[in-house]
Design a protein around this ligand. Sequence first.
Ligand code: 1GP
Length: 249
Amino acid sequence: MVGRVEQYLIEGIRKHGAIHLTLLDPEKVTRSTAASLARAIDKSGSSAIMVGGSTAVSVHHIDEVISAMKKRTNLPVIIFPNDVAGVSKEADAIFFMSLMNSMNPYYITHAQALGSPLVKRYGLEPIPMGYVIVGDRGSAAAFVGQANPIPFEKPSLAVIYGMAAQFMGKRFYYLEAGSGVERPVSSEMVAAVSKGIEIPLVVGGGIRSPTVARQIAKAGARIIVTGTLVEKASPEALRRVVRSIRKAA
Ligand code: 1GP
């Protein structure tokens, strides 16, 4: 069943061609910085806020961060879970992700099973998503998720995982290079994957400039995620990235 937040994302993609989501790592913010960032994100034209980080463990803090943000914005808040501890009752939805190229079944299905009762109890909207890590083993996401990352130079591997995600019924496919990395997923890989699948392609990790964001949107990404940009740069930098995605798509 497609829920309200997913419909909103799909509608945004239909209208704009591609949309931007902002990722906030709860470990890097306090309640008050989260509240002011939420205001800046709201004004930037970003379509929703994702909350999560590879090493977040305090759901209490995540709850506080989300409720502080919700006082400053009506944008949907979507959990981007690293583990069961990321499941917050304050969010609107959760990217219900399987880390498809993990070497540990815990991250493919087991954490999902353990977290499901909470998702149901809190009435969170689960958005089914295939998630793969691309690039160097050096990212926190690859390390924590015990992934066997898809090499940058092998777009065909990213394509077949995307096809598998679609055939398994996931409704989104996410190519992750890792937060704060130097090298984002290439537009060649994005173009190959977007030709090979029919579900919306999400791309994130290392995207900090309007030029790179535009290239990735032009190559066929439907959702572009940035995190570090809003933590480290000005709200204006975020606005420029969002604008360049709108123009490209
Ligand atoms: C979301 O991990 C990314 O996919 C966020 O990456 O922090 O590098 O923008 P950045």
